[in-house]
Design a protein around this ligand. Structure first.
Ligand code: ZN
Ligand code: ZN
Length: 312
């Protein structure tokens, strides 16, 4: 199985060569419901977790003003029948993603590691309501004795239980959100005549605001991905700087509610276009803040410096 994003409607660097130095490679993960093994890259699948390592737990505090907890079993069945009490004591974290460097060229693991495991506590945590994430970098070859039955939370936020998915990674080229560009370039992107002067063929639907064409169809891929640029929109761009060493942090992983929506439909891979099911755009069944993404950032200086997470 593979997933292929249709070619972009035009080469943006042929129209605006100033964008060429800003190109970044992202790896779209293209999750699809399945039965991943602990040895494979996956979303919501079993982890290659050493039996001797303690399983991560979260001590909170949790934000009890949000959605009432539901049982993990009901959440997995997508049938919320009754709310559960808020957890007392530490909450076992849930596997969110396991990514192997051999599958994902943009992962850039630290030396001696070739595997990333992402877990989260399936409740909101203040100040900005979002699940608390934990990252583990490992060397897959060193893990021989695998934990078979990790502890699981009894209750969860129903939107924070990923459906087990296999992934079919694909590299794509991205350019920054318009808000991250210089004022001059922003003006040019908004100037229909500049596009026409370069001979670009653009749907006249976008004539009043051609920068929307750039934003929707040429800049940033929707859905789960490694690296790339940030899909700003909930807020203006906020540079993520490491609180230990002040280095500018780099996008590591985007955990997305949707693989595409009405404005990003042109990024739907050919294989997804063939599926009539409206749920095809939501294979992981995760819902972040009513339809947004959670993007994780890491410090390029040291994997030991704390990561950050941002809802966009
Ligand atoms: Zn927690
Ligand atoms: Zn740092």
């Amino acid at each position: 199985m593979s997933s292929t994003t249709p070619a972009r409607p035009l080469s943006i660097t042929a129209v605006f060569p100033q964008l060429a130095p800003l190109a970044r490679t992202a790896t779209r993960l293209h999750p699809r419901a399945g039965s991943p093994s602990p040895h494979s890259s996956s979303i919501g699948g079993p982890l290659l977790w050493p039996a001797a390592d303690p399983w991560p737990h979260c001590d909170g505090p949790h934000a009890p003003d949000g959605v009432p907890p539901t049982s993990l079993k009901d959440a997995r069945l997508r049938q919320v029948t009754a709310s559960q009490p808020w957890p007392e004591g530490p909450v076992p974290m849930l596997p969110v993603a396991q990514l192997r460097a051999r599958d994902i060229p943009t992962l850039r693991p630290p030396a001696d590691a070739d595997l990333l495991q992402v877990l989260w506590c399936p409740f909101d945590h203040l100040p900005e309501p979002k699940p608390k994430t934990a990252l583990f970098w490992r060397s897959a070859a060193t893990i021989t004795d695998i934990l078979v039955a990790p502890p699981e939370p009894e209750a969860v936020h129903p939107g924070y239980v990923p459906e087990p998915c296999v992934i079919t990674p694909e590299e794509v080229t991205e350019y920054p959100n318009p808000m991250e560009l210089s004022g001059e370039l922003q003006q040019q992107l908004a100037d229909w005549a500049a596009w026409r002067a370069a001979g670009a063929v653009v749907d006249s639907y976008y004539e009043p605001a051609p920068q929307e064409f750039y934003r929707n169809e040429l800049s940033i891929a929707p859905g789960w991905k490694s690296a790339g640029w940030t899909r700003w929109g909930l807020t203006d761009p906020i540079h993520q700087t490491c609180r230990i060493c002040a280095a500018e942090m780099a996008p590591l992983l985007t955990i997305a509610t949707a693989e595409w929506d009405d404005t990003t439909r042109s990024w739907t891979p050919y294989e997804g276009q063939a599926i009539a099911d409206p749920g095809a755009a939501h294979p992981t069944r995760i819902e972040i803040a009513g339809g947004y993404d959670l993007q994780l950032y890491v410090c390029p200086t040291s994997p030991g410096h704390p990561h950050t997470a941002l809802i966009q």
